[in-house]
Design a protein around this ligand. Structure first.
Ligand SMILES: [Zn+2]
Ligand SMILES: [Zn+2]
Length: 305
């Protein structure tokens, strides 16, 4: 099949019922990233911190950001890689990230769980320590602590924004999970990405409108090498089940993922966001309802074990 421009196509965009050639496909992806970020983000005098994991999403995101900012004066990109200490998984990812940042000449900082919290993820699971924190699944701990560390380092490095490589599928998973669990607070916080905390770096999610299969194709067409194996703990996660459900829905009705996102964003507009009576965490300074924020209280318990 041919693309509308006349060239041979490489991809059928099912939800839009069109065939795209390599060039038009890449342009389409980049156009949507540009649309999500807008002029407020793609400008000069900006320092973008990037959470880079070595997976397809963060590498594609960093590649596109680098492309955008290369021609913009006084702009800077710095990558943060969190090494949780998961043998046979994160050490492999690290190689991809180090090579990628070298090839594209991007600053890279490596942050390790071992140094930051004194335990690797493997040790926490092996010793069964997460049960002391009332955490059933490793991902519930790992994801939150990673976010905490990324923000901490983006803040320490004076970043204007922190870019997170969530694609459209990830968005839909998070939205549905929060709905199903009735987690109203998370529903609001996830979408607004704001906080009045003074040490919170505003997050941006450049791949919000890019479905997972397009991230994979974009990586392939640009010869980006990334880690393909999923995290060994991820099959334990609830997210994985939701992912399968969304894929089933999309198969049945192409475009349903954009529908989930649109519905969620219209809902957000109707919600007035109030942080309520929050205090500053005594350790890290982030806003929370008690004396310590969730992560700091976990880390305190771990110290005592
Ligand atoms: Zn074309
Ligand atoms: Zn704290």
């Amino acid at each position: 099949m041919k693309c509308a421009c006349g060239r041979e196509s490489v991809y059928y965009q099912r939800y839009a019922n069109r065939w795209l050639c390599e060039d038009c496909f890449k342009k389409d992806v980049e156009k949507r990233v540009r649309k999500v970020l807008g002029r407020e983000v793609i400008r000069n005098n900006v320092k973008i911190g990037v959470g880079i994991s070595g997976g397809k999403d963060s590498l594609v995101m960093t590649y596109i950001l680098k492309k955008f900012y290369d021609s913009i004066p006084n702009s800077e990109i710095i990558c943060f890689f969190v090494d949780e200490g998961i043998k046979g998984f994160r050490d492999v990812a690290k190689k991809y990230v180090v090579e990628f940042c070298k090839e594209f000449d991007i600053d890279l900082r490596i942050i390790s769980f071992k140094e930051e919290i004194n335990y690797t993820m493997d040790e926490l699971v092996e010793k069964n320590y997460l049960k002391h924190l009332n955490i059933g699944k490793p991902c519930s701990f790992c994801g939150v602590v990673r976010r905490y560390l990324l923000n901490k380092y983006a803040f320490l490095n004076n970043c204007t924004y922190l870019a997170i490589g969530h694609n459209l599928d990830d968005f839909c998973q998070t939205i549905l999970m929060n709905y199903i669990e009735g987690n109203v607070k998370n529903i609001i916080q996830f979408g607004k990405d704001v906080s009045s905390s003074t040490n919170f770096v505003k997050r941006i999610k450049p791949l919000k409108l890019i479905p997972e299969e397009e991230v994979i194709l974009y990586a392939k067409l640009n010869n980006l090498k990334y880690q393909k194996e999923p995290c060994p703990y991820s099959h334990l996660s609830y997210r994985y089940k939701i992912k399968k459900i969304i894929e089933m829905l999309e198969e049945d009705k192409p475009g349903v993922r954009f529908g989930i996102l649109r519905g969620y964003e219209s809902l957000l507009k109707l919600i007035e966001y109030r942080e309520g009576n929050l205090k500053k965490c005594k350790i890290c300074g982030s806003l929370c309802s008690g004396e310590l924020c969730k992560v700091c209280s976990w880390l305190e318990i771990l110290k005592g074990l």
